[in-house]
Design a protein around this ligand. Structure first.
Ligand SMILES: [Zn+2]
Length: 287
């Protein structure tokens, strides 16, 4: 990141999922070089590297290819290069094509350029899918998001992970029922704790509070999802004895590490923002 540049203010959530297109083409009716194939009327060279538009880092091509175009009674090619910045994640896809058929000729270039959107982690309008993607690489951001955003994040992660419905039910200060997970007709009460200190531990009083709230709401399954590092031994013992004594049928304690394992299962870190666009383009060229 570039020091002092407000775009890269420490802790910001950067998103490059949106992009703009730039297109230039030449479509003369007369092939400038009919004897020896299509001659270029515009420069179709794609550079080997370019400067990241946002942080200035040198960005090399990380994927490229050339595809023969099947033109009836003619010939042509299409080539592409993908550039992606290792520092900030910005990307650009360059395409160039060239084909001729007798006296008909066309060549052109298209550039798809990622646009930066920057969110403050505590901004409530931060979309959960952008936050999830960001957290696969920057786990520390979770300690800066708003408690309400943490509830939305847990809702999204658990519903994808268990492939079930999870509804937000809590209002602040209602005594510990934030979410309700509905899986095979067995509702589970979920309490979400967004601790600001990564070294914090969840203690026994939280277990008692959630046990009470679950029983008072008439449910038999409970779960706590916390950004704390761990649960204390008395906390784990109390949760176990709630199940062993038959008060609850299950009581799951999920700490930060376990939560990130779930998040990484549903948002693979390898999903780069430019992948879906390139896949779509390749499908289009295959037609
Ligand atoms: Zn960059």
């Amino acid at each position: 990141m570039v020091d002092g540049d407000p775009i890269f203010k420490s802790g910001s959530v950067l998103d490059y999922s949106d992009y703009i297109d730039q297109e230039e083409s030449e479509t003369p009716f007369t092939n400038p070089n009919p004897e020896g194939g299509a001659g270029n009327v515009m420069d179709l060279t794609i550079p080997l590297s370019l400067k990241c538009k946002y942080c200035g880092a040198t960005t090399k091509s990380i994927d490229n290819g050339e595809i023969d175009l099947h033109v009836h009674l003619g010939a042509g090619y299409r080539k592409f290069k993908v550039f992606s910045c290792d520092i900030c994640g910005w990307w650009e896809i360059h395409l160039a094509h060239n084909w001729y058929r007798g006296y008909e000729y066309e060549c052109g270039r298209i550039t798809h350029t990622a646009i930066l959107r920057r969110f403050d982690p505590c901004d409530l309008s931060l979309p959960v899918d952008i936050l999830s993607h960001h957290l696969t690489k920057h786990q520390e951001t979770i300690y800066h998001i708003a408690p309400r955003k943490m509830e939305e994040l847990v809702q999204s992660v658990l519903s994808d992970f268990f492939d079930c419905e999870v509804s937000l039910v809590g209002k602040s200060g209602d005594g510990g029922v934030d979410l309700l997970l509905l899986h095979s007709d067995k509702p589970t009460v979920i309490q979400v704790k967004r601790r600001q200190n990564p070294n914090s531990k969840e203690r026994v009083h939280l277990i008692r509070e959630v046990l009470g709230a679950t029983l008072l709401s008439g449910y038999r399954r409970a779960c706590i999802v916390s950004t704390a590092y761990e649960y204390t031994e008395p906390a784990k013992k109390t949760a176990n004895s709630a199940v062993e004594s038959g008060l609850l049928s299950s009581f799951e304690l999920i700490d930060a590490e376990a939560f990130f394992r779930m998040l990484n299962c549903i948002v693979p870190a390898s999903t780069e923002n430019w992948h879906p666009l390139l896949e779509n383009l390749k499908k289009k060229w295959g037609e």
